[in-house]
Design a protein around this ligand. Structure first.
Ligand code: GLU
Ligand code: ZN
Length: 297
C-alpha cells in the first residue's frame, strides 16, 4: 500500500468475461502509473455484472496476473455483483421521475434501426416487469476533452438514442454501474482503453443527471493489428504469461510512448513499475497504435 499525498484517485476495472491480455495490460499500466506518479490512490474493481458471460476462473486469473506483474492496489477490491442495491436505488429513482422508462421491444423489432433506439416505448407507460429499462437521452451533443484523444463529441439523440440501464433479464448495464461506482469510490481520473471513448458521453449525461462530479478522462490507444483490426477475442490475443512479466511490461511501457532503457531487461516487474512511476509522462502517449502481430507473442 502506497501512502497517498494527493487527491488523485484512479482505478482499474476489468470485466471477468475473459483473461487479461496485452491490451488490458496497457490500460492497467497507464492507469496505475498515472495514479502513482501523481501520488494518488489506485483502486481495483471487478466488473462482474454479467454472470452468464463470465469465464469460470477469470476473476482469480486476473488477480493472479496483476499480482505477478507487480501491481498493488489500495484497499479491498470492489465487486459490482455486491452493489446491486445501489444500482436498483438509482434506477428506481430515474424511473419514478420519468427519466427512464420500460421498453418491451424485441430484438427483431429493433433490427431495422442499426443500434440507435427510436424511442418506440417512450410514452407507452409499460411497467418494469419483463422489460428493459432505458434512459431518455436529450437531443444534445456532449463533448469532453480527453487527455490523449483530445476533443470528443457525440450527439446522444442522433448517435446513441435512449440506452439500456437494466436489461430485460434484470442485469444492470455497464453504463449505469460504472458511473455510480466511480462516483461512490471518489474516482477523479479515469484511464482506460479507447474502445470506451464513445461510451463516455452517455456517462457524462448520467453524471449530470445525478449531480455527480465529472472525472478527468484519458483513453489510451487501442492496440490494433497491422491491418487496423481491433485485437479482440476473435483475434485471440494470448492471456498474459506470468513468466513474461518484465518483457511485457517493458513492451507495454513502450506502447505508451515511454522510453525504458535496456538496463531494465533483467529487472523485476516491480522495478519496471517503479521506473515507470519515476519517469511517467502522459504527454508521450500516442493517439493510435499498431503492434505487429509478431510482437504480441
Ligand atoms: N469493465 C470495462 C472493460 O473491461 C472497463 C470499464 C471502464 O474502465 O470504464 O472493458
Ligand atoms: Zn421499446
Amino acid at each position: 500500500m502506497t501512502a497517498s499525498n494527493s487527491s488523485y484517485i484512479g482505478r482499474f476495472a476489468p470485466t471477468p468475461s475473459g483473461y487479461l491480455h496485452f491490451g488490458s495490460l496497457v490500460a492497467a499500466l497507464a492507469s496505475y502509473l498515472d495514479a502513482r506518479a501523481a501520488g494518488g490512490r489506485w483502486l481495483l474493481r471487478m466488473e462482474d455484472l454479467d454472470p452468464p458471460r463470465e469465464e469460470p476462473g477469470a476473476q482469480a486469473a486476473i488477480l493472479k496476473a496483476l499480482e505477478s506483474y507487480g501491481f498493488e492496489w489500495d484497499g479491498e477490491m470492489v465487486r459490482q455483483s455486491e452493489r446491486h442495491d445501489a444500482y436498483a436505488d438509482v434506477l428506481n429513482r430515474l424511473f419514478n421521475h420519468g427519466l427512464a422508462y420500460a421498453c418491451t421491444c424485441s430484438r427483431k423489432q429493433l433490427e431495422a434501426y442499426q443500434g440507435i433506439y427510436p424511442g418506440l416505448c417512450r410514452n407507452a407507460g409499460h411497467g418494469q416487469d419483463d422489460a428493459a429499462i432505458r434512459l431518455r437521452v436529450p437531443e444534445l451533443e456532449y463533448h469532453f476533452n480527453d487527455r490523449v484523444q483530445g476533443e470528443f463529441r457525440q450527439h446522444l439523440g442522433r448517435e446513441v438514442g435512449d440506452f439500456v440501464i437494466r436489461r430485460r433479464d434484470g442485469l444492470y448495464a455497464y453504463q449505469l454501474a460504472v458511473v455510480l461506482d466511480d462516483a461512490w469510490q471518489g474516482v477523479t481520473d479515469i484511464v482506460r482503453g479507447a474502445d470506451l471513448l464513445d461510451s463516455t458521453p452517455r456517462q457524462l449525461y448520467l453524471q449530470e443527471l445525478l449531480g455527480l462530479s465529472q472525472p478527468r478522462y484519458l483513453h489510451v490507444p487501442l492496440i490494433t493489428q497491422p491491418d487496423g483490426n481491433k485485437l479482440g477475442k476473435s483475434y485471440r490475443s494470448p492471456p498474459l504469461a506470468e513468466d513474461q512479466a518484465t518483457a511485457l511490461l517493458l513492451r507495454a511501457l513502450r506502447a505508451l510512448g515511454q522510453m525504458p532503457g535496456s538496463e531494465l531487461d533483467d529487472a523485476t516487474p516491480r522495478e519496471v513499475l517503479n521506473w515507470g512511476i519515476a519517469h511517467w509522462d502522459a504527454g508521450l502517449i500516442p493517439r493510435t497504435l499498431s503492434v505487429p502481430e509478431a510482437q504480441l507473442r
